[in-house]
Design a protein around this ligand. Structure first.
Ligand SMILES: Nc1ncnc2c1ncn2[C@@H]1O[C@H](COP(=O)(O)OP(=O)(O)OP(=O)(O)O)[C@@H](O)[C@H]1O
Length: 530
């Protein structure tokens, strides 16, 4: 009873102080830089609520729910008190362990991105979070770094019971909707951990040999596993993967993971990972034992709802603001809308999901000329790494054939290819052996090829969320990128709708004499939309 009263009062308290979804600052969630802490102790006006590194020290103990609830109050209190500059200039400002920062520097990561500056302290402060930020903004490191601060060889030492080499079991489970994305996340972990510590992370993706994965789990005793929902649920059900004592559950591309396809597996994962077997699964205390981190560029309301029911006082963490989820209602946008308030629900999930530097065009042509337009666009922009999206797997081969016939190296990538073929194809594309990757929705999420300079929709995406994820394969981490949608005349209204829903200009263009020409009419439209 006291728990529910506390929660209830907490919510009430937030809604009083937070009528307009006011953003929180880094410092308002309990994080303070050294200078801030010093100034504060001198003036002694504001009480310190504990830096992330202080919180790390208490990480080894079972999580105290009341403590967490108290923090929710502190969030509200502090929010009124101060505002701090948001983006940290270096990783050392984020409260990460020294040895981890050294590893980051060795790998060339020196400055955190905005979303990393916001998310790392929030997670270090034990908060359940939804991380929402545009594609290619570094969301993977945003959750990976705070996890490695607590789990594995780069963590803050002395905060748990494994100093004598005793293994603690699985401490973090990261779930991704595709093998490619899972493997990419593992590589990001390995980059930071270094070759010597590779075994801390184990890949559990579908399509790979299950027995070998089981043997590796037994032999290497990894602290972190990364995998697809099916394989994780399967291993968990067979008792080969024990995750009840897990501290972190990360759902990367969460809106996709919550889709119908993954329903049963995700239910098992949410019910079992980080839940002690003795606990009553329906009680709130069971919910609070693990820290839940949900991640995506697009956050429909279904994700907010899931975070509320599976998490504990979750925060929505974005590049420039942190907002308690309690402040959202189903009718309100999850992100700050660049589009008109009257636009439909999907737009609310997709706004601000795209890198601001992207250029968007569409070109009208007949169906039989689409591949020719694609080729002319590649030449006009002198694009080197091109991803062309289609809706149906069967048609990919034909496009590859047509491009190759005109001397342009291309390759197809889809889910029906075997694991080996998929990874060789991707490797070929990444190392520049082929110029065009012709693919379907499989590659729309998460695929990180930094050099990709052009994305082409040979078929229209089904909605603005799919457009956003496809488009986000280019223009990663502040780079330039172009997105071209090739459509037939009767489909133009769909492009206009996407433009409106995403709040971005999509200009009509054509190709002539090896150049991209933007039509006058659309130039005006772009200016008025922007
Ligand atoms: N602070 C940083 N400094 C330099 N490079 C970084 C930094 N953070 C991330 N990166 C790199 O930026 C690229 C994009 O990061 P990441 O894939 O995490 O983006 P994302 O936001 O998850 O994108 P998506 O929504 O498409 O999955 C990766 O290659 C990553 O290694």
């Amino acid at each position: 009873t006291s728990r529910s009263v506390l929660l209830h009062t907490g919510v009430k308290c937030m809604s009083q102080v937070e009528p307009n979804h006011g953003s929180l600052t880094l410092s308002s969630i309990g994080f303070q830089t050294e200078t801030e802490a010093e100034n504060r102790s001198k003036s002694n006006k504001v009480k310190s609520f504990g830096s992330p590194s202080e919180n790390l020290k208490s990480k080894g103990k079972p999580f105290d729910t009341n403590e967490k609830k108290k923090k929710a109050f502190r969030v509200v209190e502090k929010q009124q008190m101060e505002f701090a500059p948001f983006a940290a200039k270096s990783f050392s400002e984020l409260g990460l362990p020294h040895v981890l920062i050294e590893r980051l520097e060795k790998e060339g990561f020196t400055v955190p991105t905005e979303v990393q500056s916001a998310a790392v302290p929030s997670i270090l402060n034990n908060r359940d979070v939804i991380i929402q930020s545009y594609t290619g903004s570094g969301k993977t490191l945003a959750y990976l770094l705070p996890i490695l601060s607590v789990v594995g060889p780069l963590r803050v030492k002395g905060d748990d019971g494994d100093e004598n080499g005793k293994k603690l079991g699985i401490e973090a489970v990261i779930v991704a909707p595709s093998r490619e994305l899972g493997m990419q996340i593992v590589r990001e972990f390995e980059k930071v951990l270094g070759m010597d510590n590779k075994r801390v992370v184990q890949q559990l993706v579908g399509g790979a040999n299950r027995t070998r994965q089981e043997d590796a789990l037994k032999k290497n005793k990894p602290a972190i596993v990364v995998g697809t929902p099916g394989r994780i649920a399967e291993l968990s059900a067979s008792g080969k993967l024990r995750t009840h004592g897990c501290r972190y559950l990360v759902l990367d591309e969460v809106d996709e993971l919550l889709s119908f396809n993954f329903r049963e597996d995700m239910h098992r994962i949410l019910e079992h990972v980080g839940r002690r077997s003795s606990a009553d699964p329906s009680s709130n205390s069971a919910k609070s034992e693990r820290q839940l981190i949900m991640v995506s560029a697009t956050v429909p309301f279904s994700v907010v709802r899931a975070a509320r029911s599976w998490g504990c006082d979750p925060l929505l963490v974005q590049a420039k603001k942190i907002v308690p989820l309690e402040t959202f209602s189903p009718s309100e946008p999850v992100t700050l809308s660049r589009s008109s308030p009257s636009s439909a629900m999907p737009s609310q999930a997709a706004v601000e999901s795209l890198p601001p530097a992207l250029k968007h065009y569409f070109c009208v042509t007949r169906l039989q000329h689409k591949v020719d337009v694609l080729r002319r666009c590649i030449h006009a922009l002198d694009a080197k790494f091109v991803i062309a999206f289609m809706n149906h797997t069967k048609q990919l081969k034909d496009v590859v054939f047509k491009l190759e016939a005109r001397g342009m190296k291309a390759v197809e990538l889809h889910g029906d290819l075997g694991k080996l073929a998929r990874s060789t194809t991707l490797k070929k594309f990444k190392n520049g052996e082929v110029r065009v990757l012709v693919t379907n929705e499989l590659s729309a999420r998460g695929l990180d090829v930094a050099e990709c300079d052009l994305v082409v929709n040979l078929d229209l995406p089904t909605d603005s969320i799919h457009y956003a994820h496809r488009a986000g394969r280019t223009g990663r981490l502040g780079r330039n990128g172009t997105v071209l949608t090739i459509c037939e005349e009767p489909e133009v209204f769909v492009v206009k709708k996407l433009q409106k829903q995403l709040g971005i200009p999509i200009a009509s263009c054509d190709f002539s004499e090896g150049k991209l020409l933007v039509t006058e009419e659309e130039k005006t439209l772009s200016t008025s939309t922007s």
